[in-house]
Design a protein around this ligand. Sequence first.
Ligand code: GLU
Length: 358
Amino acid sequence: MRTELLKDVRRLVVKLGTGVLTDGGKQPDPAQMGQLVAQFAALRQAGREIVLVTSGAVGAGMGVLGYEKRPAETCEQQACAAVGQSRLMTIYEKLFSEFGLHVAQVLVTHDDLQDKERHRNARNTLLTLLKRGVVPIINENDAVSITELKFGDNDKLSALVAALLPADLLVILTTVDGVIEHFGKPHARTLASVAVIDKTLEGMAGGTDSATAVGGMKSKIAAARITVRSGIPLVIASGRKKNVLAQILAGAEEGTLFVPQLGQLRGHKRWIAFFHHAKGKVCVDAGAKEALVSRGRSLLPPGVVRCEGEFGVGDVVSICDEDGGEFARGLAGFSAAELQARLQSRDEVVHRDNLVIL
Ligand code: GLU
């Protein structure tokens, strides 16, 4: 199945975790970065388009500024990120230039991808860089991102970048071999593939207690939800293995493959589904849920049981069942205030063209 799924990959996004790029002393590890860049260069030279999402800025900055553990204060983390980011880019630039390749630093905040026009603009810039043979290296603009409005982690950022382009494959390179069942036990084993992301799988995934990194397996599974729903395969594998990318692309059983759902969501729907901090919640009854999920209908006022938050026309709202469980997202056809006044009308609260079942 892997060979079939990965045989036509032309454009890939690769996410590099902090642990993959830095050594025990939290400094960028040039030998390790060198072996990764050699792999990327080989792919680029073979005609594939490659976009990197790099972590490690905060970690590298901590090394320079002498922090033993991740500072608690946001401004201290941001200072580390600013110092570490330029350090990382200097190394990438030097390593890629040995293969005659140019790199481009692209730092983004959540707002850049949430706003429709800036979203389009970011995409155009990335596509232009790829067309020019450049390797874009993306990170969150940590030095200025505001805590509550951040992407949160680079696993999610990499999934969003894959959905933005869109890419044919996302590879998350980390310090473990993939999703590991019975982690830490003698019968531990790496899952070769995941077809359905369910509670059992989520139960297997922990966070991280690393001093420099954020995320852990939990955030990788959250990222997988985005790629799988977008119709993009994801492989989580070890970034310390030599030639891991070539192996993955050749269809070898490397790491854990998340099998995508059939059919790609269109760009407009990917933007609605994944790129927003929802402005409000619209909870619907079981009949309305069924009409949306199984019959592809628009959401009409009679199905709404309550709504929360202050949203306006065109804002993204989270569509939930009566217990508050989110199952869809959509663009509001009217504001929260208007919705209260129009509960008996037949006007669409969310038109099906602007609605995505998650
Ligand atoms: N943007 C952060 C950094 O460069 C990393 C966030 C993450 O690894 O998830 O340090």
